[in-house]
Ligand binder design. Structure first.
Ligand code: ZN
Length: 317
């Protein structure tokens, strides 16, 4: 009985989901706003007969539209998303939402948004999977709903095409063995994501850079915000050679290890082999003082942290 009741409830939920979906589809087809804000537009409420809010439509925001066109023009000139983000931050252009400066990913999102060429695409992304879990999945193109919205066009067709030709060319170049430079590589490096920038709280990332003097390339750690969003967002330009920082940290870990962990491991091992399994109270986590107070030799600019969430820097936005 219980499972039958559950089944009925699930069926009801599914029907409700379908009704919501249909209602949203009708709204999208009528060009009413179904989601939140989109950079480049203002959401304008349209009032119904009784003075109550009937629906919301978009209207081009002139200043933001100019920024969108600038991003496309930069792309045509051959600038990548990181360089564009830095240029916008350098000029003090207000970023979308309350982000701390323009991020390369925000620039990429703008370059891909069909609304800027006057096309509303709805139903492209599925926000929940079949079990109702929040996930973002792209639907098959046949399920997309496209509505023309020429009055919402911000980027001319010529500019859109030119920018996307450039993006495709660059992608093809990388695919055929061209070198993607300055890519943070989170997995390969010991400290990526483990330390934070003392200036802005952003995460420490590793990337390769050319040595100025020797004419070779080398690996460095640096602040992600400075690296990806520019000096206006975080002024910490400190780069530390990967080998050097890794060695210092490994030394510190080794020091912490031999004092507490190794001792504990030895005790555990010997009590296990002794046969008698008395429950041993183990001292708290190995927060060795040498690790906690550790600072790199070359400056005060990094702090260690476990949290993967960078704090929002208080610098200029
Ligand atoms: Zn920083």
């Amino acid at each position: 009985m219980l499972s039958l009741a559950n089944f009925a409830a699930e069926l009801e939920r599914e029907k409700a989901r379908q009704r919501t979906h249909d209602a949203l589809a009708r709204k999208a087809a009528a060009r009413h706003v179904t989601g939140g804000r989109v950079y480049g537009y203002d959401n304008v409420e349209v009032l119904g007969a009784g003075g109550a809010r009937s629906h919301v439509v978009r209207r081009i925001n002139g200043a933001q539209a100019a920024v969108v066109r600038r991003i496309f023009a930069f792309t045509v000139e051959g600038l990548g998303i990181t360089k564009i983000a830095k240029a916008l931050n350098e000029d003090g252009v207000t970023p979308p939402r309350r982000a701390s400066g323009w991020a390369p990913t925000a620039v990429r999102e703008i370059l891909r948004r069909p609304l800027y060429r006057g096309e509303i695409v709805w139903n492209r992304i599925q926000k929940r999977d079949q079990w109702g879990i929040k996930r973002y999945l792209e639907r098959a193109e046949g399920e997309w709903l496209r509505v023309e919205a020429a009055d919402l066009r911000i980027v001319s067709e010529d500019l859109w095409q030119a920018a996307h030709r450039r993006i495709d060319t660059t992608r093809a170049l990388y695919a055929t063995g061209g070198r993607a430079t300055d890519r943070p590589d989170q997995e390969k490096y010991l400290l990526s994501g483990l330390a934070t920038c003392a200036t802005c709280g952003g995460s420490l990332v590793a990337f390769t850079r050319d040595y100025k003097r020797a004419g070779q390339r080398g690996r460095f750690y640096g602040c992600n915000y400075n690296h990806k969003r520019g000096a206006k967002v975080c002024a910490n330009r400190l780069l530390i050679r990967q080998e050097r920082l890794d060695r210092v940290v490994l030394d510190a870990i080794a020091e912490a290890l031999d004092e507490r962990l190794l001792d504990r491991a030895m005790q555990k091992a010997s009590s296990a082999s002794g046969g008698r399994q008395t429950k041993r109270t183990i001292a708290g986590p190995p927060s060795g003082p040498s690790f906690r107070s550790w600072r790199p030799a070359c400056g005060p600019s990094w702090t260690r942290s476990r949290a993967a969430t960078p704090r929002t820097p208080s610098g200029p936005s």
